[in-house]
Design a binder for this molecule. Structure first.
Ligand SMILES: [Zn+2]
Length: 234
């Protein structure tokens, strides 16, 4: 037993693990959300029809995406927003694992992702990663890649921190597209591949569009589907 595991066991005796949603005691492997609460999270009814989002402004892209979707509804202060805040800012990587597992279960049950060749999480800039210690989207992506039995790619890189409006260059101001936020390493690996681009939350869709721009720029023959754990309502 390593020191971390021992310490973990002692902590769990002194402070019992509880579900973050209902507050009842939870098992260690439930990673902060009990089984009952996990399946009562607000799943988007459109989850089974991922193509219906393609014409909406946030996913409109040229060339078009194959599909775009998100599993859960994200509303300010709803349970999903609270969980995401926890795994993003409060070092709860176990929660991201748990929710990635939920996403994996739903993806596996859907025929829309059968042609996916790899899962590519949207990266965060390394300064942010250093501060947070992990990229929550990468943790979400792991069980999804496992469920689809495809590789998890770390080749989409954030080349600079997201710029604020005042620092945007003229081209970005004109087009509203942040074309140089990301780049694909080893683009030759992805020629003609169907890439499942994964993010944690989609609001305006600008990050997904910027990532898709970079992939199409570096790998013009790629096919891209976009998927997120949660999305604000249309
Ligand atoms: Zn619960």
């Amino acid at each position: 037993m390593g020191a971390g595991t021992l310490l973990d066991s002692i902590i769990s005796v002194v402070i019992p693990r509880r579900c973050r949603i209902c507050g009842r005691p939870a098992m260690r492997e439930e990673k902060g959300i009990c089984e009952q609460c996990l399946y009562t999270l607000p799943v988007s009814p459109s989850f089974r029809t991922p193509r219906q989002h393609l014409e909406t402004a946030r996913f409109f892209h040229n060339p078009p995406l194959v599909s775009a979707n998100a599993l859960l509804f994200y509303r300010r202060n709803n349970v999903v927003a609270e969980l995401i805040k926890d795994f993003k800012y409060h070092s709860c990587s176990g929660l991201a694992e748990r929710l990635g597992g939920l996403l994996a279960i739903h993806i596996k049950a859907s025929a829309d992702y059968l042609s996916v060749d790899c899962v590519m999480p949207v990266p965060i800039h390394f300064t942010k990663r250093m501060k947070r210690g992990y990229n929550q989207t990468e943790i979400l992506a792991r069980p999804v890649a496992e469920a689809l039995d495809v590789p998890l790619s770390a080749d989409l890189r954030a080349v600079r921190a997201h710029a604020t409006q005042t620092h945007k260059n003229m081209e970005e101001r004109r087009t509203g597209v942040k074309s140089d936020l990301f780049l694909v390493r080893h683009p030759e690996r992805y020629r003609s591949k169907h890439i499942l681009l994964l993010d944690d939350v989609i609001t305006t869709g600008s990050t997904i569009r910027a990532a898709a721009d970079a992939i199409f720029r570096d790998v013009p023959e790629a096919k891209i589907s976009a998927l997120a754990l949660a999305m604000t309502e249309l």
